[in-house]
Design a protein around this ligand. Structure first.
Ligand SMILES: [Zn+2]
Ligand SMILES: [Zn+2]
Length: 301
């Protein structure tokens, strides 16, 4: 699983920072969180294909998070995408899509739009789920957690052979967690042969928000927390007023969540140099990096 930052600016794009979008590449699939203007150019630069299985999770309907959708859908149409695209987000997302689709005569492929009606799991796949909780911003805004299912523990064939379990269906049963009784009446437990399940990875994306308890709970034990940090701490009042978070505010959420790594994004255009943000965040939560456009972060198993 690899995170690719496509746009890391807060509200206003700058020459170095495009509007908000984060791609997660996982086994040939692309999972996008937000789709600010310029997303498709950044996807070209990052060599992310437009015909892959793709899900897009939109935090809220502010322009800096959704204006990339018309361009993205146009490009996908021109490249003759055929696969459906799955889009999730707040109420109103469907009317936004309809408004520009009518004019642009796009997309030319199936688009499935899910407007989120409440907190909880919004996508449940065979390998991971995506859960949404309410963010604290202007209007309806969602934070998302992508959590992989636990993976089965490692199977030890030599242990199975030592216990004289015949290879075949019984091995499969043990691998899936079931115990087996052999022909001679002996019971062999799955735990004798297979290690305990291994946890899956978890990645959380805040969207635009003031710091919230709900987000800290959602990010509990996350490998990576991608949190907005629009302002530095000297602008804490402004952050609260506008529904945003400061560098140390984001770090406090990461600390409460015991996250592995904090990645700061949605950086205000006032910061050419982000060392102040990094300094303030690392004072609270050392394992922090400030995202840059096209920065890639591998999330190991
Ligand atoms: Zn924003
Ligand atoms: Zn916003």
């Amino acid at each position: 699983m690899r995170i690719v930052f496509l746009g890391t600016s807060g509200s206003m794009p700058t020459p170095r920072r495009s509007a908000s979008a984060v791609a997660v590449r996982r086994k040939g699939e692309v999972i996008l969180f937000d789709c600010g203007e310029g997303t498709q150019q950044r996807m070209v630069a990052a060599r992310i294909g437009f015909r892959r299985p793709t899900r897009v999770f939109i935090s809220h309907l502010h322009g800096d998070h959704v204006l990339g959708l018309p361009g993205l859908l146009m490009t996908m149409t021109m490249l003759r995408r055929e696969r459906p695209l799955h889009l999730y987000g707040p109420q109103g997302l469907l009317s936004f899509i309809r408004a520009f689709s009518r004019v642009l005569d796009a997309p030319g492929f199936p688009l499935e739009v899910y407007e989120i009606s409440g907190e909880g799991v919004v996508f449940a796949g065979s390998e991971y789920t995506v859960e949404a909780v309410r963010a604290d911003h202007e209007g309806e805004c969602w934070s998302y957690a992508l959590a992989e299912h636990p993976r089965p523990g490692r199977f030890h064939p030599e242990r199975a052979r030592n216990l004289e379990v015949p290879e075949g269906p019984l091995w499969s049963r043990l691998q899936r967690g079931g115990d087996v009784v052999l022909e001679d009446g002996r019971l062999v437990r799955s735990s004798d042969i297979v290690d305990p399940p291994r946890r899956g990875r978890k990645l959380v994306y805040s969207g635009d928000t003031r710091p919230t308890e709900a987000l800290a709970a959602l990010a509990d034990g996350a490998d990576v927390l991608i949190h907005e940090a629009t302002f530095d701490d000297s602008l804490a009042e402004r952050a609260t007023e506008d529904g945003h978070t400061t560098a140390s505010g984001a770090a406090e959420v990461a600390a409460r969540a015991h996250a592995g790594l904090l990645l700061l994004t949605h950086i205000s255009s006032r910061y050419q140099d982000t060392s102040l943000l990094l300094e303030q965040a690392t004072a609270v939560f050392p394992s922090t990096r400030v995202a840059e456009d096209l920065m890639e972060v591998e999330v190991p198993l």
